[in-house]
Design a protein around this ligand. Structure first.
Ligand code: FES
Length: 216
């Protein structure tokens, strides 16, 4: 028996026991208003282009060691976003907390592995916490006057004819389009401009490796 059946009854999927545990008992979740907001020295916010859901995070960073001592969060996202962010908050703060540089190296696939996997159609939900964390780290560096250490991830136009950016290709891969044909179906990239297809294939490889691992 599946855990979830899609509205059109065409798809169904399971969640691991760890995903269910974090969904029903989310760690470091902010219920209602955040208490003592002045004790946090960074905040980040991100919305998902795939589904419109939003995630907000707050960090308490030790300025001496740059370790993340607290990671609190709030989302109006789905169960997978809740479970992924809950697990991320544990991984980031356990054993004294990751440093900012260590936290930047945490990949969505590390979180998914520790959750015991997520259904493929839910991968994009686990990326929300990664992006909100990066936004919050930039916020910490901005507030602590270290702008040269900030990493700005702005969208780059790949196909000016179809108006497709690298972000659009990233979202397509996260939604399960893992071949050039499937990415073209979703984005129309390269249809009037085939000379850019090798660059698109390179990006598909890059995002597959980033989110699903080298052996995917
Ligand atoms: S469907 Fe929106 S975060 Fe999962």
């Amino acid at each position: 028996m599946s855990d979830v059946i899609s509205r059109d009854q065409k798809q169904s999927w399971f969640y691991s026991d760890i995903v269910k545990e974090h969904f029903f008992n989310p760690q470091n979740f902010v219920m209602g208003e955040l208490e003592n907001p002045e004790s946090y020295n960074a905040t980040g916010k991100i919305g998902s282009p795939a589904c419109g859901d939003e995630l907000r995070v707050w960090l308490r960073v030790d300025p001496a060691t740059e370790r993340i001592l607290e990671f609190r969060w709030k989302t109006f996202g789905c169960g997978s976003a809740i479970a992924s962010t809950s697990m991320a908050s544990v991984m980031i703060t356990e054993n004294g907390g990751l440093t900012l540089d260590e936290a930047r190296k945490l990949r969505p696939q590390d979180i998914m592995t520790r959750l015991g996997g997520l259904p493929p159609r839910k991968f994009h939900c686990s990326v929300l916490c990664d992006k909100a964390l990066r936004d919050a780290i930039n916020d910490y560096l901005r507030r602590s006057n270290q702008p040269d250490r900030m990493i700005r991830e702005s969208a780059r136009v790949i196909d000016p004819v179809a108006k497709v950016t690298d972000r659009d290709i990233e979202e397509a891969v996260l939604e399960g389009a893992h071949t050039i044909e499937l990415v073209q179906q979703k984005t129309k990239v390269g249809i009037g401009n085939p000379s850019i297809l090798p660059a698109v294939e390179e990006l598909i490889r890059f995002y597959k490796e980033k989110y699903f691992g080298a052996t995917y």
